[in-house]
Design a protein around this ligand. Structure first.
Ligand SMILES: NC(=O)c1ccc[n+]([C@@H]2O[C@H](COP(=O)([O-])OP(=O)(O)OC[C@H]3O[C@@H](n4cnc5c(N)ncnc54)[C@H](OP(=O)(O)O)[C@@H]3O)[C@@H](O)[C@H]2O)c1
Length: 396
């Protein structure tokens, strides 16, 4: 598969296919290496937060791929260390002297749970660093800025052309969430039929998309720290909100935290909440207006309740709670009332719309007017992927 073919893949196939490319013995020119390090960063989705997903590729001057790696899990080795070790395992240690390391994020230069990557790069004899995104969480210690430290050690460090940056759902949340003070990065996901309808008018549970889109939806869940739904979706659909199937078989599944927006709770909906919370002891955070719920014994005891004085406050309070608990990203799965509220609050950073090619038994329209399928409420269509039964539009 060529780099051009990789660029056409659905996002949930990109990371594993990029690893296969790196194992194939094909060369990588500088632009391809910048692409590949961002693509393989997605091998860590679900496990690195609150650290970012990071990928790294090391190439010789003539484009031979000497090693690659990614950050696998919070608290474990950074991508650069894994790439250097991978090069050694492949017998390429001697070739590192004079090589270039490509990293999706500026290398760190401070001692945390892991040694500073800048020092590891210098020790390995690597002569050039190309990073894609500046670190929004850069920590300056007595070692100084990463680029200055590297320059002092005769390592040339530069940022890749901004035009080569990819807006990937495993890179965007970390990069952008530092500039969002009160909330995590928000992505909406909705399934619609060709008339842009997304639910039944009777409240019957509906299934609009097929198995491939469902896997894509689970991949998105794996990318995000939390999932937010409305109280009525919880009650009507009884969704598991879990990651059950993934295209990438090498990824270990993990279920994100659940947020439920609501104000008026009845026993039935509290029981549905409790069921979610009891599955694998998931974190479940729900909003309510009735402050009595906060101290209810038995009912809702597994739930973190967030309460406010008016309905308008509740979703911002839920998002703030997510931010305070270190969550960088939330996937909003609806229904339409909750999605409308998110748009009204002006907090939508991205939208994945899965459009079934076939008319479905759903009548409730989505809330967002999609003009010629190219723009949705200020977000522009950036990519379109075709599955057998659906189209996936990526707006941001
Ligand atoms: N096709 C899809 O992708 C998709 C995805 C999800 C759901 N659905 C369908 O959508 C239907 C449900 O949609 P829906 O619009 O009726 O309900 P919903 O959005 O799931 O839930 C509505 C409830 O959310 C709460 N809510 C909404 N905005 C709020 C705000 N600003 N602050 C606090 N709470 C807020 C309110 O709860 P209170 O009443 O307690 O105040 C409201 O009644 C279901 O039939 C489901 O099958 C489709």
């Amino acid at each position: 598969m060529s780099i051009e073919d990789l660029k056409k893949l659905p996002l949930d196939e990109l990371s594993a296919a990029s690893v296969s490319y790196l194992d194939s013995g094909e060369k990588a020119d500088p632009q391809s290496a910048v692409f590949l390090c961002q693509a393989i960063a997605g091998m860590g989705i679900g496990w690195t937060s609150p650290n970012p997903c990071v990928g790294s590729v090391i190439c010789s001057n003539d484009g031979e791929v000497l090693g690659y790696g990614w950050h696998r899990r919070h608290g474990e080795a950074h991508a650069e260390k894994n790439a250097i070790e991978n090069a050694s395992t492949k017998g390429n240690k001697a070739k590192l002297s004079g090589a270039t390391i490509y990293v999706s994020l500026e290398p760190c230069n401070h001692q945390g749970s892991q040694p500073p990557c800048c020092s590891l790069i210098v020790e390995a004899g690597i002569k050039r660093v190309v990073y894609v995104w500046p670190d929004p969480n850069r920590q300056i210690t007595e070692n100084g800025k990463p680029t200055e430290f590297l320059a002092a050690q005769s390592v040339d460090a530069s940022m890749a052309e901004p035009g080569l940056r990819l807006q990937l759902p495993w890179l965007d949340p970390f990069i952008k969430s530092f500039s969002l003070e009160q909330r995590p990065y928000i992505c909406l996901k909705a399934a619609v039929d060709p008339r842009f309808c997304m639910g039944s008018s009777t409240g019957e549970p509906t299934k609009i998309t097929g198995a491939r889109s469902q896997r894509f939806g689970h991949f998105l869940r794996q990318c995000f720290d939390g999932i937010l739904v409305g109280r009525k979706t919880l009650l009507q659909d009884r969704p598991q909100l879990s990651v059950r199937t993934l295209e990438n078989k090498n990824l270990e599944k993990r279920d994100p935290a659940v947020f439920v927006a609501g104000s008026s709770w009845c026993d039935k909906s509290i029981l549905a909440l409790n069921k979610l919370a009891s599955i694998k002891s998931r974190k479940v955070i729900a909003s309510c207006l009735n402050k009595d719920l906060l101290s209810i014994d038995g009912h809702g005891s597994l739930i973190d309740w967030i309460s406010g004085d008016s309905p308008e406050e509740l979703i911002p309070l839920l998002l703030k709670a997510g931010k305070e608990q270190g969550m960088q990203s939330i996937l909003v799965e609806g229904g339409s009332s909750v999605q409308k509220s998110m748009y009204a609050l002006g907090v939508v950073d991205r939208l994945f719309l899965m459009t079934s090619r076939r008319k479905q038994a759903v009548e409730r329209p989505t809330f967002f007017p999609i003009k010629d399928h190219k723009a949705a409420k200020g977000l522009q269509l950036r990519a379109l992927t075709g599955f057998d039964q659906e189209l996936v539009s990526d707006f941001h």
